[in-house]
Write a protein that binds this ligand. Sequence first.
Ligand SMILES: Cc1ncc(COP(=O)(O)O)c(C=O)c1O
Length: 368
Amino acid sequence: MLIDNFKLENWINSRENQTKYDLSMTCPKALTLNELSQICDCDFSKIKDIPLNYGSLHGSKELKQAICGLYDNQQPENITVTLGGIGANRLVIETLINKGDKIVCICPTYQQVYTLAKFYGANVKLFFLEKDFSLDIEKFEQVVGQDTKLICITNPGNPTGLCIKEIDKIIDIANSIGAYIFCDEVYRGLKHSENSYSNSISDIYEKGITTGSMSKTYSLAGIRLGWICANKNIIEKINLNREYDTISISILDDFVATVALNNHKKIIQRNLKIIQENKAILDIFISNSKCLSWVKEPNAGTIGAVKYNLEKSSDDFCQSIFENTGILLIPASVFDTEEHYFRIGYAMDKEYLNNALNIFEEYLKRIF
Ligand SMILES: Cc1ncc(COP(=O)(O)O)c(C=O)c1O
């Protein structure tokens, strides 16, 4: 059975080979094993002695323990380890959705979740944030009604780069009708202010299900490791489905992730420094330009949405930038909206970002 195009991935994949400056990136500058071993004071030569077997099927005890350290109230039985955040999201949707179930998804967001839900036969309602990315909670409550089984959110958001302020109200709405809340939290831990971890839905709502990943917050996309955190009953159901597509994750990934998560505070400190310095550069770039402004200034994660004041579709705008400069941005259209904005990532190498923005600036001077 064929599924709808994943617009975001298609946009990137079809341009990958011609891209000179990839500002679509969402991961903070990737760690090497060398850098990780310095940050964590760990000797990775031990890796050479690990027998390359399956390892623990649902993730090692040590890894699950390290994942629990990211939450307030979780035990290893509340965790299952997956093939990336994308594998985690798929398992949650596949397990919870039955044909005809109503789900409400706050948008713009990562398309994977709602397209998969539709694919599995759900009655999917997309609830879009207002033009300034605020959430009209009364309208939202009406759309949820009495018959929603699952509310889907991403917190911090993609492409918004924002923490959802109304989490408690969303929980009240879900609780009043016994709905699940599924929250993709792959950017959790990267709030730009002091306490970088926002509350996890799995810590504060009994029917809350969280997915997490090594890719964004911990700069290790190359190990393809994610997880799901939820109450024991839900995890047991998810594991039934998981047997059919995972067996186990790589034993090497398990080892690296355990070391990294046992040192998560140090990695986050490194990443927030990159994010804060680069965001300052991007802020100056945006405020110097006559035609760009934040839809809403991001306060978490590695990305944000930038408006442009030109009567051009976001596809056309991003495509013309791409053809003229080799800079890859993500148009709003891939998030199923007609709005005039693009998503930009800013947590990559600083010099790379600076070079890209210089070229971008020259281009904007020519067209505006
Ligand atoms: C919101 C969101 N969820 C999940 C993923 C998938 O992440 P992973 O690399 O962990 O599979 C992404 C990747 O961009 C994402 O932005």
